[in-house]
Design a protein around this ligand. Structure first.
Ligand code: A2R
Length: 313
């Protein structure tokens, strides 16, 4: 199968490239001009704001499947650059939809949205089913909900083959420190290497979130291409939320350094939702997928990754 990953230089894109190559697929991946990307697959420079360029690329490759991962993916940044976030995540997604419609109408398109789309959910709404109304609580979430709604319109109006995903928190080695597991692990590794004082800065520890290893996430995306139902939306996550306190304790227990935990007001969010946990029975029913890698292993691998990176620095 010929796969095109749009947004291949990102955190998930690298893992998805490896997953698809190891399954024997022909892989093409796009990145922005200024980004580094693995040479393991065919690489194409593409800005999704250039709709003619996407059309040319899809026409040239003629993919069987397109994974749309390119995004402004930071919630924090979406407050600072709302217009740009909307341009990339909504107009960019429409450019991708149009290009696939025009030049690869038979291709299966996987649109990656987010668990953030649910937004203000009541604690008793957990585990959250796909049928739960969307009430986005930030600009990023609004754009991902808009992307998904637009994709549904293309399914109905043009009978396109599109599977939509709402991915919950995912983590693993190489993730940016804007995300909590990577942030904690990097801080611990920095203390161990003598690059930082023996302190750990933390935000709200009581919130519960659903963490899945990125290697499980890309396996889910591959299975959704094979077995997902066109036009359907799937939650992708573990379905078992844990507190940030648990993540912290687990990461600290993996270190021999004595580290003092300190509250950092900058890391506190005014409206932190107490628990976010998906119901993942739909993806299990249709594809047999469930998360296999434990949260503890994700933390251990991420900590070892940062130890290696900081040792070399
Ligand atoms: O923002 P950058 O320079 O890191 O580049 C990101 C890229 N990207 C674009 N690609 C093409 N045209 C654009 N106008 C454009 N703007 C940004 O998309 C980055 O390389 C990639 C997205 O990767 P990450 O930010 O690392 O996200 P991650 O964790 O791989 O998530 C993949 C998907 C995203 O749609 C998330 O919103 C969703 O899963 O959760």
């Amino acid at each position: 199968m010929k796969a095109l990953i749009i947004g291949g230089a990102g955190f998930v894109g690298g893992y998805l490239t490896d997953e698809l190559l190891s399954a024997g697929h022909e892989v093409h991946a796009t990145c922005l001009e200024n980004e580094d990307i693995t040479e393991k697959c065919a690489v194409h420079h593409l800005d999704i704001m250039d709709k003619e360029a996407i059309g040319r690329l899809i026409c040239e490759i003629s993919p069987d499947v397109v994974y749309h991962l390119a995004a402004q993916s930071s919630v924090a940044l979406s407050w600072k650059i709302p217009q740009k976030t909307a341009e990339i995540n909504i107009v960019g997604a429409i450019n991708v939809l149009e290009a696939v419609r025009e030049f690869a109408e038979k291709a299966r398109l996987i649109m990656i949205g987010s668990g953030e789309e649910y937004g203000y959910i009541a604690p008793n709404a957990c585990p959250i089913k796909e049928s739960e109304p969307l009430a986005p609580a930030n600009i990023y979430a609004v754009t991902k909900a808009a992307q998904e709604m637009t994709a549904k319109v293309y399914v109905r109006a043009y009978h396109m083959d599109i599977v939509m995903v709402r991915a919950f928190n995912h983590s693993g080695p190489r993730q940016s420190i804007a995300f909590v597991i990577s942030d904690f692990c990097r801080q611990i590794a920095a203390v161990e290497c003598g690059l930082a004082p023996p302190e750990m800065l933390v935000g709200n520890l009581s919130a519960k979130r659903d963490f899945t290893d990125v290697r499980d996430i890309v396996r889910a995306y591959g299975l959704l291409v094979e077995k997902g139902v066109s036009g359907k939306v799937y939650n992708v996550g573990r379905g078992n939320a844990v507190s940030i306190q648990y993540i912290l304790n687990t990461a600290l227990a993996m270190s021999h350094s004595r580290i003092e935990v300190k509250n950092d007001p900058k890391r506190m969010r005014a409206s932190d939702i107490p628990i976010i946990e998906p119901d993942v029975s739909e993806i299990f029913r249709d594809t047999g997928w469930k998360a296999e890698i434990s949260v503890e292993r994700t933390i251990e691998d991420t900590l070892n990754y940062w130890r290696e990176v900081l040792k070399r620095s």
